[in-house]
Design a protein around this ligand. Structure first.
Ligand SMILES: [Zn+2]
Length: 376
């Protein structure tokens, strides 16, 4: 029987809050202390954990990163309490089970198993549990603070794996990169007037509408993939409101939120320049709220070769691709730590109601990590 105690305790913490994320770090610290050679907590108000296993002097370093935060969940929207691990027909429900407490759970099992089997003689394995990923992967407190620590200590991992979830019963997805994002608030102004008037209107809603219409001609709202399977840039309007509640008044202010996702093949600054040009044309003011770069590693990187080797050896079906979502991998890649995203547990409803994972996928996920460590 698989011991689910750690996973259960993780799901019971609501780590959509700062307090919950610090509790997660405390839980991992207590859990890992008997096993790790060294534990290092990074950050004061917002904590991260580093746990070191194996040969502390080795330069052959493999890093596993898991973010400890989740998006929020409401008890009313979930079939079961999202903050308790509920099992039904081999499926485990709970917020964060897929993204990505299940991945963290399997990673730690794999590291401890490799340690107990004395496979860490010539290598250093580091687990980094980091905070504040779900707010746009641009935080200075999470993975970014961990990378700063690596740089000041001159302790640069040779590669990193972030076990973000896989789809149910799908081939294992090995992601070489992820899209970036730009979160923009667009504000349009006009002149308030009686909507029954025969005078020419300067309607804030219409100007914004025209701007969004031409933006849609430049950037699709339905993300596509190119021939190589790389997700294209896209833009989606996620909120729109005016300052007016009256049925018969033309508003003088209208604003919307646009979530722009940037392909690993595009640059944030080029996409932003294009949107700014359109904004000038339609008299729209833009406020950039977040600007997180995309990232991508080369196919020749050792981490990819080893992962492909593991999958082929174990006869696991796999697929090399790119993540359409944004994550913290860019922080590591920018510090020249080649990072692969994926190979976590099989999950459904990530970021949605009734998030759940397949218990059957645990063994495969753990075996991938274990064999990767063994090969490293
Ligand atoms: Zn995630």
């Amino acid at each position: 029987m698989r011991d689910l105690k750690l996973l259960k305790s993780m799901v019971e913490i609501n780590s959509s809050t700062v307090d919950g994320q610090n509790k997660m770090i405390e839980l991992l610290k207590n859990y890992l202390s008997p096993h790790a050679n060294k534990i290092k907590i990074i950050g004061k108000e917002r904590k991260n954990i580093l746990a070191f296993f194996g040969d502390m002097k080795s330069k052959n370093i493999l890093l596993f990163n898991g973010h400890v935060d989740t998006v929020s969940a409401s008890k009313d929207d979930f079939k079961f309490n999202p903050f308790s691990l509920v099992e039904q027909d081999d499926v485990l429900f709970g917020r964060g089970t897929g993204d990505m407490k299940g991945g963290i759970y399997c990673t730690l099992n794999a590291i401890i198993r490799a340690k107990n089997e004395k496979l860490l003689k010539d290598k250093l394995i580091i687990f980094a549990g980091t905070c504040d990923e779900e707010t746009g992967s641009d935080s200075e407190f999470g993975a970014s603070a961990v990378v700063d620590y690596f740089l000041t200590e001159n302790l640069i991992p040779s590669a990193c794996l972030i076990p973000e979830p896989n789809k149910f019963n799908a081939p294992l997805k090995i992601n070489l990169g992820h899209r970036g994002l730009i979160w923009i608030k667009a504000v349009s102004t006009g002149i308030k007037m009686h909507s029954g008037s025969v005078h020419k209107e300067d309607n804030a809603i219409v100007s914004l509408e025209d701007f969004l219409h031409s933006l849609r001609k430049k950037l699709t709202n339905q993300p596509k993939k190119d021939k190589k399977g790389i997700p294209c840039s896209s833009a989606r309007v996620t909120n729109i409101k005016s300052d007016n509640d009256e049925f018969n008044v033309v508003p003088d202010l209208c604003e919307c939120n646009i979530d722009v996702r940037v392909s690993p093949l595009d640059k944030n600054k080029d996409i932003l320049k294009m949107i700014q040009k359109l904004a000038v044309k339609y008299g729209i003011k833009l406020e950039v709220l977040k600007n997180t770069p995309s990232s991508m590693i080369k196919r020749k990187e050792r981490i990819l070769q080893e992962l492909v080797g593991v999958c082929e050896e174990e006869n696991f079906e796999y697929e090399i691709g790119y993540s359409s979502a944004t994550c913290d991998a860019h922080f590591f890649n920018n510090a020249k730590i080649p990072t692969v995203v994926g190979l976590g547990v099989d999950a459904k409803n990530v970021h949605a109601n009734d998030e759940c994972i397949s218990k059957k996928s645990f063994q495969k996920c753990e075996d991938v990590m274990f064999n990767l460590i063994k090969r490293w």
